[in-house]
Design a protein around this ligand. Structure first.
Ligand SMILES: [Mn+2]
Length: 402
C-alpha cells in the first residue's frame, strides 16, 4: 500500500468561518480611507441587515475621521434609527443632482433591482468610485467591479486567493452584517459596543427570517443545524456577542420584541378586516383588497412588520372557515409603486390559481412560492390597474375552486 506522505503538508487553519481574505478587506478599506466623505447606501425598503450594516460602517468611518451619511429607503422601524446620530437621509430625497460624496458604499445589495430607481441612477453617477459588500448573488450588476466568493471551504483548505476588487460578495454568508464583522476582523478593527449591537441586530433579523437562528424565551440565540455553513454563522455571531455585555444583548432583543407587538390602532384594524372581506362568486375564495390611497392603511405605515402580522393572522383566521379554500390579501407597500398579493390555500390551490392566471389571462404575472402559500407583486400605483390585477385572482379562483 502506498502511503501518501504529503498528508502532513495539509494546512489546518483554526477557523471554521469564511474569513475575509486580508487583501480584499484592505483594498476596500484603503479606498474608504482615501475618501474624505462617503455616501452609504442601503437597499430598497431597507431592512435591519442593510441599515445596521450602514450604522456599523458609519461608526467605523467616523472613528477614522471620515464624514459620511446613510441613504436609506424607509427603514424607520429599524434598530436605533436616529437621524441626528447617523446623518440619515431618505432615498426619496436623493437624485442625480444631489451633491456626491467622494465614494459610494453599497451595503446588502449589488444589483440595480435592489436599489430604489433614483438611488440606482445616483450611484451610477459615482463612476468607478463605488465599493460594496453583499451576500446576494444577483446578475443585474449595479457596477461592473465585482469580486465574488461563493464557496464554503472546509477546515483543510487554505484561504482562497482572490483578486481584490471594489465589491466583495460572499453569497454563503447568511447576513451582510456577518460580512461587515469579518471585514472588521480582517482589517484589525476592534468593534465597540455600539457597532456590536448594530451588527447583532442585522444578523438576528436576516437569519431569523430564514429560520437559521431562533431566540429562546430566556434570550439565548440559537443557531439551527439548517444553517449548514461550516459553523460560519455561529462563529461570527459568537464573535460579535463576545464584544457585548448582557445589557447590550437585551437591548437589541427588546427592540425586536417591541417591534412585533401590535399597537391598539393595529388591533382595531385587525378587528375590522373580517367585515371588509369579499368573496368570489363560488364563495370559496375570500380576499381583502386594500386599495391605493386607503387612509387607514397609510396611517398604519402600510406594510410594516406588524401590519404584515395582522394580515397573516387574518389569512389564517379566514382559512379556518370550512367553506373557504383560499384566502388572499392585496395591499400597497412601502416600496415605490409596488402593489402586493399574499395568498394561503388548502391543498395546492395557490399554485393552481397562479398557474391558471399565467396560462389564461396574464403570462407575465409576477407571483409564486409554495403550492399552498405564495406572494406576488405588480409594479403600479394606479388604483384601477391594481383593482384589475386583483380581479385576475378572483376570476381564476372562480374557475379553479369550482
Ligand atoms: Mn441581508
Amino acid at each position: 500500500m502506498i502511503i501518501n506522505n504529503n498528508y502532513k503538508s495539509f494546512i489546518q487553519p483554526n477557523f471554521t468561518a469564511n474569513v475575509m481574505p486580508k487583501n480584499c478587506a484592505e483594498y476596500i478599506d484603503n479606498k474608504l480611507k482615501n475618501a474624505k466623505t462617503v455616501d452609504i447606501f442601503c437597499h430598497t425598503s431597507s431592512d435591519e441587515d442593510s441599515f445596521n450594516s450602514a450604522k456599523a460602517m458609519y461608526s467605523y468611518l467616523e472613528s477614522q475621521g471620515i464624514k459620511s451619511r446613510i441613504v436609506v429607503s424607509n427603514g424607520k422601524e429599524c434598530y436605533d434609527y436616529n437621524t441626528n446620530k447617523y446623518n440619515i437621509i431618505q432615498a426619496d430625497d436623493v437624485n442625480e443632482t444631489t451633491k456626491k460624496a467622494d465614494l459610494a458604499l453599497c451595503l446588502d445589495f449589488s444589483a440595480k433591482s435592489r436599489a430604489v430607481p433614483n438611488v440606482a441612477k445616483f450611484i451610477n453617477s459615482y463612476g468607478a468610485n463605488v465599493v460594496g459588500f453583499d451576500h446576494h448573488n444577483n446578475s443585474d450588476k449595479i457596477t461592473p467591479n465585482y469580486n465574488q466568493i461563493t464557496q464554503s471551504y472546509a477546515k483543510t483548505q487554505e484561504l482562497p486567493k482572490l483578486e481584490a476588487r471594489n465589491f466583495y460578495i460572499d453569497s454563503s454568508a447568511k447576513s451582510n452584517c456577518a460580512i461587515i464583522s469579518r471585514f472588521f476582523d480582517a482589517i484589525g478593527h476592534k468593534i465597540n459596543r455600539e457597532e456590536g449591537r448594530s451588527l447583532l441586530a442585522g444578523m438576528i433579523d436576516d437569519t431569523s427570517k430564514d429560520g437559521f437562528t431562533k431566540v429562546s424565551k430566556l434570550g439565548q440565540i440559537e443557531v439551527s443545524d439548517k444553517t449548514n455553513d461550516n459553523g460560519n454563522t455561529k462563529t461570527v455571531m459568537n464573535n460579535v456577542l463576545s464584544r457585548l455585555n448582557i445589557f447590550d444583548k437585551l437591548n437589541v432583543l427588546k427592540h425586536f420584541a417591541d417591534k412585533s407587538k401590535l399597537t391598539d390602532k393595529e388591533i382595531k384594524f385587525q378587528n375590522t378586516l373580517k367585515n371588509r372581506t369579499q368573496y368570489s362568486n363560488n364563495g370559496k375564495f375570500a380576499y381583502l383588497e386594500i386599495q391605493q390611497g386607503d387612509k387607514e392603511w397609510e396611517n398604519l405605515g402600510r406594510d410594516t412588520i406588524r401590519t404584515k402580522t395582522v394580515l397573516g393572522n387574518y389569512r389564517k383566521q379566514m382559512l379556518n372557515d370550512k367553506n373557504v379554500d383560499a384566502v388572499a390579501v392585496f395591499f400597497p407597500t412601502n416600496e415605490q409603486d409596488i402593489y402586493k398579493m399574499s395568498i394561503i390555500t388548502k391543498k395546492d390551490y395557490a399554485k393552481q390559481i397562479i398557474d391558471n392566471i399565467k396560462t389564461t389571462t396574464c403570462p407575465d404575472l409576477v407571483a409564486g412560492g409554495h403550492d399552498d402559500r405564495s406572494g406576488g407583486s405588480l409594479s403600479s400605483s394606479d388604483k384601477q390597474k391594481c383593482h384589475e390585477w386583483v380581479n385576475l385572482f378572483v376570476n381564476a379562483a372562480n374557475e379553479v375552486l369550482s
